[in-house]
Every structure is written in C-alpha cells, then in structure tokens.
Design a protein around this ligand. Structure first.
Ligand code: NDP
Ligand code: OXD
Length: 314
C-alpha cells in the first residue's frame, strides 16, 4: 500500500524523502504525480488542493502536518477517514515562548522604549505595572492554551481562560461558551487567542468583542495577541479599534490572507507587532516520526491518537 503526501507551500521533496526513510516498506508518493488512488491507505496533508483527496476508496487516516486542521476540515470532499492532528511538546513550548514574549513586551512597553532608543531619548516617567497588576485572558484552553496559561501564571500575571466546554483549572478563573464570554472579556487587559478556526470561531475577533474588553487596566487600554488563525480576526475592525483607541495594541502571527499583503495597513501601524505565521512550528523530523509511529501502532490494532472531531471542526 502507498502513503500519499499532499501539500502546498512547503518543500515537498524533503517530506517525501523523510517519510520514505521512516517507512521503507511503503511506497511514498506525491499528490502532484500520478498514482493509483486505490493503493493509498494513509495521507499526510498540509493545505492540499481542496477536492484533490475525494477519490481515495481505501484510505484509513488523514494526518495533518500541523496542529491546526482548518485546512483539512474545510474541504467538503474528504474521504470519511479519521483526521489526526499534530500534538508535539516542542511545538507547544514554542507557542508558549511566543505568547510569553508578546505579553512581556506589552507589559514592559517594548514599543515605547524601542522608539525612545531610536531617538536617543531617556524618558523614565511612565507607569510601570508588574505582571500581577495585568489581567491576561486566554481564549482556547486546549493543548496550547493550557501550556501558555501555566507559563503566564508562573510569571504572576492575573490569568483567566475561556473555552467551549466548562473547565476547572487550579488558580485560574475559567469561563466558557457564549454565556461566559462577556464576563471573561470584561476582566481582560491582554487577550491571548489560541482558538482553532471553525464555523463557530470564524471572525470572532471583531469590533463587538473588542468593545467588551476591560477599559480600566494598568496598560492604558486592551491588547490583542492572536497566535491561532487569521480567519478568527476582522483586520478592518482591528485597525479601526486601534485608531479609535478601543485597542492599545495588537500582536499578530496569523492573517486573513497569508502572506500578509504588502498593501496592508497593519504592516506600518505603530501599535501592531507582526510575525509571519511562525509563532510556533512543527519540527519536520519529529512530526514525520510521530506519524510513522502512529501508523505502526494502528496497524498493530492500537487506536489512533489526537483524532479530530469532524463535527466540532477541531
Ligand atoms: P486544541 O484543539 O487542543 O484546543 C482548542 C481550544 O479552543 C479548546 O480549549 C476548545 O474548547 C477551544 N474552542 C474551540 N472552539 C471554541 C468555541 N467555539 N468557543 C470557545 N472555545 C473554543 O488546539 P491547540 O491548543 O492545539 O491549538 C489551537 C490552535 O492554534 C490550532 O487550531 C491552530 O489553528 C493554532 N496554531 C497556530 C500555530 C502558529 O504558528 N500560529 C501553530 C500551531 C497551532 P474545549 O476545551 O471546550 O474543547
Ligand atoms: C499550525 C502549525 O497549525 O504550524 O499552524 O502546526
């Protein structure tokens, strides 16, 4: 049987070579080449051409090469096989590094001091709150959100979280669902977004949500930090909220269109920090090895791990 690699935007030859090395007994083929659809039993995907996996009658599992699966779940013509996503400690830790970096940069007014340094200005009259004075709200309490919460707690930020289903987290007020959203926002100075992109979360970061954030915080206004997906945010609303002072700032790793077009006003906005969708990343060798391990275990009769709920979309 054959293993199909269907990807766009990444260097495919490296992935083909990697999978072939890890699974010498299997033929590894690219979706760009001709192959026998009936021979494919597993697929690895990253932003595959929608519809291109429709006719694979014997596929047993679809492996996302990323933690997010919106690129797969959004394809209405997928075979009915389980979708497996990446859960990798290294990817999780890297995301936590990015979240902590951004939270500390806003707490310690990094943009202001970088501007002052560029102008050789020594100005030391600004309010300097400590982490304990600042309320961070983490949207999404899954693998990434919970790890970030732990690190932010250790830095003594005043952390709360919001998720779809109710949770109990030691020392962290946890809000859930529509009913808990406004109360969560009302106690949030820094909003960290680690949600998946689904039908329920698309466009959630809009003007109405920004208007619900706390206005009495020590930073002088609320900040949004989005490491989830660009489809969660209405960029026109972010810009309008920044211009109106409803938001003090934004750190964005993900965008409605990627790469972020050179014409976007976000690039030059003084209150925006941009990273190019690399807040975290899958270490290719670790991801490929985990997929090869899963296939080996599954063929021995063990259940697949990190299977996505297709109905929820994550
Ligand atoms: P998980 O599936 O582990 O967690 C998702 C969390 O979001 C859960 O807590 C879930 O709630 C919550 N959630 C989902 N839908 C809703 C909703 N409608 N309302 C409220 N909460 C909701 O995902 P991960 O933590 O592993 O990853 C999160 C996302 O991060 C990925 O989907 C991906 O898009 C993004 N990502 C970005 C990267 C980057 O480099 N920028 C790298 C890796 C991932 P509940 O707990 O109740 O199920
Ligand atoms: C992602 C990833 O989902 O890099 O963005 O894993």
């Amino acid at each position: 049987m054959s293993f199909l690699v269907a990807m766009r935007g990444w260097h495919e030859p490296d992935w083909l070579e990697r999978f072939q090395r890890l699974m010498p007994g299997r033929t590894v083929v690219s979706a760009r080449d001709s192959f026998d659809p009936a021979a494919i039993d597993y697929v690895a995907c990253w932003r595959h051409e929608p519809g291109s996996l429709a006719r694979l009658p014997n596929v047993k599992a679809l492996f996302s090469l990323g933690a997010g699966v919106d690129h797969l779940v959004g394809d209405r013509n997928l075979p009915p096989a389980p979708i497996v996503r990446v859960v990798d400690p290294d990817l999780t830790h890297r995301m936590t590094e990015w979240v902590v970096w951004q939270c500390l940069d806003w707490l310690r007014q990094g943009k202001t001091y970088r501007r002052q340094q560029a102008a050789s200005e020594w100005i030391d009259d600004r309010d300097q709150p400590s982490a304990g004075d600042v309320r961070v709200g983490v949207m999404g309490l899954g693998v990434l959100g919970l790890d970030a919460v732990g690190a932010l707690q250790r830095l003594r930020f005043d952390v709360a979280g919001w998720s779809r289903s109710p949770k109990t987290i030691d020392g962290v007020p946890a809000f859930s669902g529509e009913a808990g959203l406004m109360a969560f926002l009302a106690r949030t100075d820094i909003l960290v977004v680690l949600l998946p992109l689904t039908e329920a979360t698309r466009g959630i970061l809009d003007a109405a949500l920004f208007a619900g954030l706390a206005r009495d915080g020590r930073l002088g206004g609320p900040v949004v930090i989005n490491g989830g997906r660009g489809g969660l945010q209405a960029e026109a609303d972010i810009l309008a909220a920044l211009d109106a002072g409803t938001l003090l700032g934004a750190s964005l790793d993900v965008f409605e269109t990627e790469p972020l077009p050179a014409t976007s006003r976000l690039w030059l906005h003084p209150a925006v920090t941009i990273t190019p969708h690399n807040a975290s990343m899958s270490a290719p060798d670790a991801v490929a090895a985990a997929i090869a391990d899963q296939i080996r275990d599954f063929e021995r009769g063990l259940p697949l791990r990190n299977v996505v709920d297709r109905t929820r979309g994550y």
